[in-house]
Ligand binder design. Sequence first.
Ligand SMILES: CC(C)(COP(=O)(O)OP(=O)(O)OC[C@H]1O[C@@H](n2cnc3c(N)ncnc32)[C@H](O)[C@@H]1OP(=O)(O)O)[C@@H](O)C(=O)NCCC(=O)NCCS
Length: 177
Amino acid sequence: MPPTNPLIRPCQTADLSAVTAIYAHHVTHGSGSFELDPPSLSDMTQRHAAIAQLGLPWLVACRGDAVLGFAYAGQFRPRPGFHYLVEDSVYIDPAHTGQGLGVALLAELIRLCEQAGKRQMLAVIGDSANTGSIALHARFGFRHVGVMQASGWKHGRWLDTVLMQRSLGLGQRCHPE
Ligand SMILES: CC(C)(COP(=O)(O)OP(=O)(O)OC[C@H]1O[C@@H](n2cnc3c(N)ncnc32)[C@H](O)[C@@H]1OP(=O)(O)O)[C@@H](O)C(=O)NCCC(=O)NCCS
């Protein structure tokens, strides 16, 4: 039987243990994140609060009571000129990849960032061999805008960072003021 459609909703404090466990898997075994040590629940709680303070979305994908993935948008850089550019992050429980959860999360994340008035979204993808993340972003119209070669060292090898970008809403066709 195919998996049921996930529920996509804002992340709540009670979801953060599952979020921490999903992210820990990808930090420990994957190359999508260049963190080397999994952050604790307390670290993730602080990160979640910081995103909420910025008025940006942090979402989870659920089936029943189970949190199977999460996505959030953060400011690319804190300097005020970057205000309209957000960076997205998407992580799926490894037992549930390839089931459309990444698509469902990123669609809603884009919608909410447009609603929040953001104008560009950047994916900073660890590892040029990260075909899953590159395919996910390409599906939403993200264009390749650069590769930072050998910009990370993890699992005993150099890793590229692939940059992909798309407009949100009217993008650069609208002046914010
Ligand atoms: C990348 C990731 C978020 C994708 O989420 P997902 O739920 O597995 O992806 P979906 O099932 O929604 O599929 C999204 C698209 O990517 C494609 N895709 C997914 N995994 C793929 C893979 N390993 N290789 C090639 N294409 C893949 C799907 O075919 C689909 O494209 P389509 O709709 O045009 O067919 C997920 O695999 C993941 O958590 N990866 C590890 C962490 C990571 O690198 N996160 C991104 C950090 S920027």
